[in-house]
Design a protein around this ligand. Sequence first.
Ligand SMILES: *[C@@H]1O[C@H](CO)[C@@H](O)[C@H](O)[C@H]1NC(C)=O
Ligand SMILES: *[C@@H]1O[C@H](CO)[C@@H](O)[C@H](O)[C@H]1NC(C)=O
Ligand SMILES: *[C@@H]1O[C@H](CO)[C@@H](O)[C@H](O)[C@H]1NC(C)=O
Length: 437
Amino acid sequence: MAFLLLLFFLLGPSTVSSRSIDNIILPLHHPQLVYSPPSLSFTVDDIIQSDEYRVKNLISRIQYSGEVEQKKMSEGSFVKIPLDSGLSLGVGNFVTKIQLGTPAKEYIMVVDTGSTLTWLQCQPCLVSCYDQEGPLFNPNSSTTYSTVACSSSDCSGLVKATLNKPGCTKDGDVCIYVASYGDSSFSVGYLVKDRLSFGKSTKLPDFTYGCGQNNVGLFGKAGGLIGLSKNNMSMLGQLSTKVGKAFTYCLPTFKSTSSGYLSIGSSKSTQSFSYTPLIQNSLDSSLYYVNLTDITVGSDSISVPASAYAAASTIIDSGTVITRLPTSVYVALSKAVSKSLSKHTKAPPYSILDTCFKGTYRSLSDPKIGLVFADGAKLKLAPINMFYDIDYKGITCLAFAGDSGDVAIIGNVQQLTFSFSYDVANSRLGFAPGGCT
Ligand SMILES: *[C@@H]1O[C@H](CO)[C@@H](O)[C@H](O)[C@H]1NC(C)=O
Ligand SMILES: *[C@@H]1O[C@H](CO)[C@@H](O)[C@H](O)[C@H]1NC(C)=O
Ligand SMILES: *[C@@H]1O[C@H](CO)[C@@H](O)[C@H](O)[C@H]1NC(C)=O
């Protein structure tokens, strides 16, 4: 049954529309839907804990970027990165599939706007591979596979792409990447090139990615990860010369049957988007920054001075679950929501979520939260974008948290079912409701 369900998702929508030759359209799934049976899915505790690791990692990248982490790498061997908690970045992310090699084979991949390097688990798994859905990539069975030399610009580009210094095999021939995600998860392996295709049309004959020989983390049982950051080594960066530097996605909810999508290339959507500028920020320039300028509850602003918003760099991220706000902004939002929902029964805090009520998000009256961005673009949240159900406790909590220092993050609960258009070429982010239908 589980297998059939998985097949259904993989064979589901066709991956390329024959009419839009220059846009790549992929189905996007919630990991909890793809990886049935539910025993394989993550608990809400795992998700929230993993989210904290991801946020810490993003904060440290923004606060300390410039200082590239230098990991000791003995020649020809793979670095060992300490394992502490068994939680990983894959948990909050959405997944899709790509085709690699000749003949092309399909792999399920986590999609991540917060990282650059695309990698997948690769035979012979010299050190370690985790359990994945579907077969491992085998370089020997692709006639178009090649390795990248240590002296190449792609290899030196890894410093910015992974924030880790690359290594080199003993014979000096093959570049070694280190992709680490701040928690216990990482992938280390060879930097390689192969043909990347979507459906029948080849898109890139020499796509650069990582052939992972030491891979640790849950990664949702996906074969690897697609990096969609602004850095030119990301899949977006590499495809941009063919399709334009832009992508659009709709993240589906895991409680509904509507499926999401990822479209790489300039948006062909007929939806009318509200746009806000994508802000340049020299602190980790691979991330997507926006200016959050106000929050409304009902028809009123929560009345926090502009300086409180401006004190934080705000990023929009596909893999962070819960939105993080500057503490004073969060406190004002929590107060306004509690006031608006004063008829409902309050519940004790759950982990980092401290504005909780008995029931589910559907049982609450709608406080009508709006996030206002620079140029006045307003994201009008639906109930599913405001609250996070903690089913096993019979409560639902405001899906926002404070206390993330001088970084704010627009998380994926707030993005569910909207189309988000990252028009990187024109430095603007657009959003429109009803994206997954
Ligand atoms: C690939 O082929 C080489 C040479 O025949 C062999 O040594 C190696 O074990 C093969 N690797 C895999 C993963 O099959
Ligand atoms: C990526 O950007 C770097 C620095 O801006 C540049 O040196 C490199 O050639 C670029 N790579 C590609 C593939 O465009
Ligand atoms: C974004 O916010 C920063 C800090 O307040 C400000 O300097 C910048 O002008 C803003 N950009 C836009 C496009 O609003």
